[in-house]
Design a protein around this ligand. Structure first.
Ligand SMILES: Cc1cc2nc3c(=O)[nH]c(=O)nc-3n(C[C@H](O)[C@H](O)[C@H](O)COP(=O)(O)OP(=O)(O)OC[C@H]3O[C@@H](n4cnc5c(N)ncnc54)[C@H](O)[C@@H]3O)c2cc1C
Length: 336
């Protein structure tokens, strides 16, 4: 236990924004038993747990995380054959998607290359049900091994257990963490491997030309759900949050301290080098206000906000209260 748990470990170098304060305790379990022991430690200390992947979809408070951060280094990989002849590959939650895609293509296994160029571990990717255009990670996952937060019990669960949706999985309730996932992939010929590798390169090139690739968490706000949207354009409900963010003209222009809206994508916030997490939060809040004042719809974060004592952004209920008591036509006052 003494070697497993470290104290006061910096997190700014372990997340994509490169901001935020330290973890009070930090552990990197390399097997399931160590993961169980780390959870047991948190239970004994009565402190919260945060399971960290590659830090590509999080913003950590400048005060850090006052609990135990577990960054799984579970790197086992096992091949099997499914009943339908498909290739099954069971992979530890600590694998990065980048390394996994390379590994699969080297072994003639196709499917996951559609997620090329997206940072993150298998754990973080199952958590959010990784998505790129029409592809969702749930389409490839058949089962998984998870650990229960409170009991430390380990169980094997199937895809249905996850209740997957857009930006949605059962892991969001933080009652379970992913230890490993099993993906069903297609065995392909050497010529098709060459084609898939070419496609991977092309996807990465395309992404690099369209989006910032460092010092960001990717899309900061999630797209809207059907029931949230009333605004239509050409007869279609506008679900894409980037549509609204483009219209308010913040791309490459709106800044707070060292935080700026990317010039490449209106839904991507970037640390230009000196940003604090507070700068990024204030910038995101301004974007919420601008969108709400123009379209009466409130963007909500896809980025996970970690270690904040109170939710630092506007929630729909804040806006309802504000609208009913506002003396300014329901408009939000700009935050300072
Ligand atoms: C440049 C850039 C581009 C991006 N493009 C896309 C994109 O096209 N599509 C897309 O879907 N996402 C995109 N993202 C977001 C990000 O890549 C994904 O959300 C990714 O899956 C995050 O994985 P992670 O390991 O970094 O998770 P982290 O950011 O470390 O954590 C995110 C969440 O996952 C949870 N988590 C991590 N590991 C586990 C585990 N083992 N068990 C349970 N929960 C866990 C964490 O607790 C946290 O709540 C992008 C991000 C960046 C920086």
């Amino acid at each position: 236990m003494l070697n497993l748990i470290q104290e006061k470990v910096t997190l700014a170098d372990k997340n994509w924004f490169q901001t935020g304060g330290p973890a009070r305790y930090f552990a990197e379990p390399t097997n399931d038993e160590q993961f169980v022991a780390a959870l047991e430690f948190a239970r004994c200390q009565n402190i919260p747990v945060f399971v960290l992947g590659q830090g590509a979809n999080i913003l950590i408070s400048d005060d850090g995380f006052d609990g135990l951060v577990i960054r799984p280094q579970l790197k086992e990989i096992v091949h099997a054959t499914g009943e339908d002849g498909s290739a099954l590959i069971e992979v530890g939650a600590g694998w990065t998607m980048h390394d996994l895609i390379d590994y699969c293509l080297e072994h003639g296994l196709s499917g996951l290359e559609e997620f090329s160029g997206i940072p993150g571990t298998v754990g973080g990717s199952v958590y959010i049900n990784l998505h790129y255009f029409q592809y969702l990670l749930q389409h490839f996952m058949v089962r998984a091994k998870v650990i229960e937060h409170h009991s430390g019990a380990i169980k094997i669960v199937d895809r249905e257990w996850f209740n997957f949706g857009y930006d949605q999985s059962k892991l969001l309730d933080k009652e379970h963490y992913l230890l490993s996932a099993t993906f069903a992939l297609k065995k392909i010929s050497p010529i098709d491997v060459a084609y898939a590798k070419g496609r991977r390169t092309e996807i990465i090139r395309h992404r690099a030309s369209r989006y910032p690739t460092t010092h960001t968490c990717g899309s900061f706000f999630r797209n809207f759900h059907d029931h949230e949207v009333t605004y239509t354009s050409a007869g279609k409900k506008m679900m894409f949050v980037a549509y609204y963010l483009d219209k308010i003209g913040v791309k490459g222009a709106l800044k707070v301290g060292g935080a700026q809206v990317s010039w490449q994508h209106a839904n991507m916030l970037v640390n230009t080098g000196t940003a604090t997490s507070k700068d990024l939060i204030q910038l995101a809040r301004k974007m919420q206000e601008l969108v709400f004042n123009q379209f009466q719809i409130l963007p909500q974060p896809e980025c996970q906000l970690i270690g904040f004592k109170e939710h630092p952004l506007l929630r729909p209920e804040d806006v309802c209260v504000h609208r009913s008591t506002a003396k300014n036509d329901g408009k939000l006052q700009p935050s300072s």
